[in-house]
Design a binder for this molecule. Structure first.
Ligand code: FE2
Length: 319
């Protein structure tokens, strides 16, 4: 088996698994920020990516499955209970995915999320956020359930061959993997096999929310774009102007530019670029035809941080 681990600074792990005989491959838990790396790794090893698998709906990072599916024309694979509408292939527990000569078996392991699954292939198991090295996934995010995680672990994953190598979706201490046997022996959360005690541990963790949790859930569950994606698409389609250039044009009193302030009125009144026209973002479509009557004039849009103005500069009424 060809195998690569891709680690990101936040501790997220994704994996490339490939069949040596046929060069077919799959990505497990790919992240949006690592797309170029996956493509490069696959090209380096002569692999053709056939499947994009998410072990569950991620709340702490943006999944790359949908974007890669669009680029590569291959299916997104998740458990059948995933809420994401763009999933092409929905697995149930016990079902197999065929990747060349590799057989990847899905285990349904709800608890961290309702749609969590672990994937067994050859000598290893990809445990997603169900089982981590020396820990488990949290159960306090949407669709998490500590009791379900107990059952998934003690009646499922932990009954697998103790020699199986464990590759989780998160690892914060740089360890490459562990084994089921090692987790049974050393994982502090698994030392009491009493259901009630396990649930109590999970309920008393008091963890802080991951950054971007709502945005990650929204995009991963619906297939919508991240804010960064929207801004990068918008900025790719509009030219920018430096403040120095703008100053020079204002000073030369050249009349070829309309300067449009898209902030709210109170911000405008506290201070604005000389000669700017106020057209707050929420009123653009309503007032564009009355306020910007000459379609041949070049419009320069600005706001406080450059995000709102970039988005609006790329929208149809101003182009
Ligand atoms: Fe997770």
């Amino acid at each position: 088996m060809i195998f690569e681990t891709v680690t990101t600074t936040g501790g997220c792990r994704s994996y490339v698994i490939g069949c040596e005989a046929t060069c077919a491959a799959a990505l497990v838990d790919p992240e949006l920020g690592q797309i170029d790396r996956y493509i490069a790794l696959a090209a380096r090893d002569g692999l053709r990516i056939r499947y994009l698998i998410d072990t569950h709906t991620h709340a702490d990072h943006f999944s790359a499955t949908q974007e890669l599916a669009r680029q590569l024309g291959v299916p997104v694979v998740m458990h059948t209970s995933s809420p994401a509408p763009f999933v092409d292939l929905r697995l149930r527990g016990g079902e197999l995915l065929v990747i060349g000569k590799l057989r990847v078996q899905a285990l349904h392991t709800p608890g961290h999320t309702r749609d969590s699954m672990c994937l067994c292939v050859e000598d290893r198991v990809f445990t997603g956020d169900t089982l981590l090295i020396g820990g488990t996934g949290r159960t306090d995010l949407p669709s998490g359930d500590a009791g379900a995680l107990y059952e998934s672990l003690f009646e499922g994953v932990l009954r697998l061959d103790p020699a199986l190598k464990v590759f989780p979706a998160h690892e914060y201490k740089g360890r490459s993997h562990s084994t089921i046997g090692q987790e049974l022996a050393e994982n502090p959360r698994l030392q009491k096999s009493d259901r009630g005690a396990f649930i109590e541990i999970m309920h008393s963790l008091n963890l802080t929310m991951p950054t971007h949790v709502t945005e990650a859930l929204r995009t991963n569950m619906t297939g919508g774009k991240t804010v960064a994606q929207m801004l990068s698409e918008a900025s790719a389609g509009v030219p920018f102007m430096s403040l120095g250039e703008l100053n020079a044009r204002i000073e030369s009193r050249s009349d070829d530019l309309i300067v449009l302030d898209v902030r709210e009125r109170d911000a405008f009144e506290q201070g604005h670029i000389s000669g700017a026209l106020l057209l707050p973002r929420g009123q653009l479509e309503l007032r564009v035809n009355e306020e910007l009557t000459d379609p041949t004039r070049r419009i320069l849009v600005y706001c406080e941080f450059g995000r709102v103005s970039t988005r609006w500069a790329s929208t149809a009424p101003l182009r």
